[in-house]
Design a protein around this ligand. Sequence first.
Ligand code: FES
Ligand code: FE2
Length: 380
Amino acid sequence: MEQLEHHDAQPPGSALRRWPNYEAAAIGLREYWYPVMPSRKLGRKKMSAARIAGRELCLLRENGKIYVLENQCPHRGIPLSMGSREFPGHVACIYHGWVFDVTDGELKHALPDGPDSPIRGTLCVRTFPAEERLGMIWVWTGDGDPVPLDDDLPEEFLDPAADIFWRQSDSPGNWRYAVENGFDESHGKVLHRNSWWLFFNRMSAWNDTEITRSEDGKWLRRYQRKIVVQADYPGLGQWPRFNFFQRRRKTVQQGSNSHAVDVRLPATLRVRQPGNANWTHYEWYVPIDDSHYRYTQVAVAWATGFQRLMWRLRYWTYILWVHHYGFNNQDLMVVPLQNPLKAENLFRPDVSVTAWRRFADREHRRPSPETKAQNTEAAE
Ligand code: FES
Ligand SMILES: [Fe+2]
């Protein structure tokens, strides 16, 4: 189990100093696939712009395939996503008509300089590997060679019975604090206590939590060694107080993992719903830049036929409103307010936060220096 140093004196500088790689990753860990936008949002003709992990991206669809170019014309810096698609397989910049091949980003023509323009073939815009899967457009933002997309997907997404709802919104705050909030062990007991989602539930007072690892090593997991539903706080009295209509539970439970919360790289949370709920909630905190992230909520059930229909009905009439809006909006509110550089004194439940930081710091994917040098040189 992760050891905590209590009331660490804060030296000047960053509270994240013990995790230098994590501290340095303010705009995101780049050697990963990220869910950038739902497939339905990218039409056949219009291009879209996105900033992901500090990369400016121009996304387009050509003959049913997704292409992603750096969204900056090398002539005078205008976003290529504003350009035209008048030549199949090419993007023409809106400003002076430089024309780029979408497959490799090569400058094929510079229209106002004539068909024999000497600048033809001398420049490229960078391209990024992209794939369309599971109703989502995924982009590799790394400098190294891309791993197969499946490596960055929870493997249960590949089950053909998986029925997936995606919802994305751009939010203020740094992606790291969004992950930390997602995996944070104790805030649910306070911040979410009065949410409609938990209206009929008795949230516990405190838990004794251990951070463990999934068998394949990909996920960090919160395991509750003990759950204490209500406790007596000297000088304050009993906390929490419950309403009669809230589901009764044993006051102390040992070793429960019914509401399991897991986190994995690059910035992905999994919350398995307790009991017979039969669905799982996921979140990706897709970094945009150092102070914004694309909050990606995912609801998945494994169902076919009539069951699938019922699941969809349940999502649209209930889960979307009460969980994805009501409950998760409480998280959106606190993430931009966090600033460990300003104040951070950790307590026992923050073992979840520090275990994640250490995991991300040490185990994030990185390209070999040679591959990185080769690929960045080719991109320039
Ligand atoms: S800025 Fe793109 S062609 Fe001039
Ligand atoms: Fe939360």
